[in-house]
Design a protein around this ligand. Structure first.
Ligand SMILES: C[S@@+](CC[C@H](N)C(=O)[O-])C[C@H]1O[C@@H](n2cnc3c(N)ncnc32)[C@H](O)[C@@H]1O
Length: 275
């Protein structure tokens, strides 16, 4: 057994993590049921035997590469606490660009939106939190991920979001949407990054797409035209080197006013087009 302060100084036990100190703070706060700031207010607090055992176990799992979000079962997105598990992607901060762009495009209070491949529900629930008057349909192919999204929806109490288990548009009744958003799988199966870091613990079905990662985006662009109102927009997140190819796919599908937006690292990570 040891103090909070002693446990905070165990970064050397996570040599494979580039955020070892932060990982330890999050895991320790999780075990103690306290916010990270509490750890610095009570550095002399002695962990109980059970707390120490639980923390040691989580630290060992983190050392073997498991994502912190899988160990705590939670990740914040757009300031919303979302439950996460191994059925889908852990929401990434860069996806907030898609939410921001959708909110800028559509300041109005009434609208019909569709989120394709909702995973935890991250994008749909973030939009719902900002626009309670929107009706948002969120489609997800994986039954486990759809269940997770529904749990998150219910926990946050957003009645304006409907989670549907669907292979892209298959179970979506024909109806005109003003906005379709998606962060689909877009990584090429041969990408070496798939063997590094958190993605090793995320399902391939959430990450990988055929044809150099573009097959799902192509399908979404092609089918979205049937589901959008004239003047409606499609917004798709994609890989940092895919913007030009995605713009071509949007053009081939018949979109106008096609544009790509840069993330905070300066990479074009989002493409949008208008019907
Ligand atoms: C990159 S993850 C994005 C998850 C979430 N939207 C986010 O931004 O955190 C892609 C999601 O698409 C889902 N997916 C993959 N193929 C699909 C399909 N054919 N139809 C519907 N969803 C699909 C995956 O299960 C996964 O949850």
């Amino acid at each position: 057994m040891s103090s909070v302060k002693q446990n905070l100084s165990r970064s050397a036990e996570l040599p494979g993590s580039d955020s070892a100190r932060l990982d330890i703070e999050v895991l320790l706060g999780h075990i103690l049921g306290r916010p990270r700031t509490w750890l610095y207010t009570w550095p002399e607090y002695e962990l109980s035997e059970a707390e120490q055992r639980q923390f040691d176990a989580l630290l060992a799992r983190r050392a073997s590469g498991e994502p912190v979000a899988h160990l705590t079962g939670e990740r914040e997105f757009w300031s919303l606490p979302l439950k996460v598990n191994a059925s889908t992607l852990i929401p990434r901060p860069e996806t907030e660009l898609l939410v921001e762009t959708a909110l800028q495009l559509f300041p109005q209070h009434q609208l019909r939106a569709l989120d394709l491949g909702t995973g935890t529900g991250a994008i749909a629930l973030a939009l719902a939190s900002e626009r309670p008057g929107w009706h948002i349909v969120a489609a997800e192919k994986s039954a486990d991920a759809a269940t997770l999204a529904e749990e998150n929806r219910r926990a946050l109490g957003f009645d304006n979001v409907q989670i549907v288990q669907s292979d892209w548009f298959a179970q979506i009744a024909p109806q005109p949407f003003d906005l379709i958003v998606s962060n689909p799988p877009y990584i090429d199966a041969a990408d070496p990054h798939l063997a590094q870091g958190d993605v090793r613990f995320e399902p391939r079905s959430a990450l990988v797409a055929d044809r150099e990662g573009l097959a799902d985006i192509e399908q979404i662009a092609r089918r979205s035209v049937e589901y959008l109102e004239t003047g409606g927009w499609l917004l798709v997140e994609h890989g940092w080197q895919q913007a030009a190819a995605v713009r071509d796919l949007f053009a081939a599908a018949g979109f106008n006013n096609i544009d790509s937006r840069k993330d905070y690292s300066g990479w074009e990570r989002l493409t949008l087009g208008q019907k």
